[in-house]
Design a protein around this ligand. Sequence first.
Ligand code: 9MR
Length: 452
Amino acid sequence: MRPSRSSRARLAALLTGAAALLLTLGATPAQAADPPLRDLAAAKGKVMGTAVTGSKLTGTYGDIAGREFNALTPGNAMKWGSVEPTRGTFNWAEADQIVAFAEAHGQQVRGHTLVWHSQNPSWLTNGSWTPAQLGQLMNDHIATEVGRYKGRLATWDVVNEPFNEDGTYRQTLWYNGLGADYIAQALTAARAADPSAKLYINDYNVEGVNAKSTALYNLVKSLKERGVPIDGVGLQAHLILGQVPSTLQQNIQRFADLGVDVAITELDIRMQLPSDSAKLTQQAADYKAVMNACLAVSRCVGVTVWGFTDSDSWIPSTFPGQGAATPYDENYAPKPAYRAIAESLGGGTTTPPPMDECTATYSVTSQWNTGFTGQVRIACSGAALSSWKVGWTYGAGQQLTQAWNASCTQSGAAVTCSNASYNATVPDGGSVTFGFNGSWNGSNPVPTVTLG
Ligand code: 9MR
């Protein structure tokens, strides 16, 4: 039976209403943002981490570190020179602070790093030690530091940067004193100190297939054959614009095929300053290429950036004239690289949330043939409000009929709502929501809300 004229009209109205509802629910409001990187990564079973500086974990820096990442690596706080500057005198303050921050934000911690040739205390590097004393010092250091955080750290970079570019062993305090087997000893000591932590060897310029990565590959293979505890390989990935190795995925895969995990541990992509849009676009493509290589290999557990903001990056001081290597600029604005990371993780479809401000977001929560219920959420990050007022202009003749948790007035198409006495304050990191009912006819588009 053909539907009657009036029922066809009703059906059309219903369909229009349903379309509007889908639109408002699907694309939520004008200022909606993608999920943070950590949620996108978690949905894919991956780690999205950042190196951090403990003293900076407040304000906007802390907000972003907590919101966007599901893993933290202390950039310097856990290095031997930081934790034991004088023999027997320990300073755990920054390391403890970062671990506490991570635990409060549901984040993993990657311990970095136990046995390295750099950033050691001068009492250690200037001492003269017999092999037995050196072995004891190394074992004690590992037992103390790994033991302190036992059960709380997901991962340790046990040995850092053991190879030269040609694949020979780097001549270090450890290699010269103990021979190449210092690596096996360190791993064994770390396993004893925290059996639940994943133990890694970490190095740079080992991202592609080359002499250095092949030496690392052969080392890991022989450690596995000997039954030495080794769980993973860290590819630091301090890269240069436009130079992501074409063999990155193949290299990750060959380590995975040895039966170890792989992590990109210190990703940054530096460029000659000043940056411009062409360089930032290339950088975004490079970040995406690294993400995609990791995502393509199931044993690649994830990617950590070596600082998330250009204001907290080692590049400018080490490579004068270069920089802009991270996904956020110095003012915490996300760069194209941020979007590229989000896209590789299946997000990146909307504008990232502006930081250091409060935003108002309008959404329709339910809708029927002539009426609807909506809400506005006012959220602050890096800022706070002691009172608020929002306004919008209806574009399709909608009319408010009732509001709660705010005082609203409508004059013509213009709506103004201000706080109730009990919800005037929106703290940094907090939000307030108020609701309303309205009527609509024909269509019910979401208006742009201004917060004044
Ligand atoms: O980011 C670290 C920087 O603040 C230090 O000055 C520097 C000293 O070498 O170490 C940086 O981190 C390094 C990391 O620990 C190991 N891989 C290379 C990183 C960049 O130098």
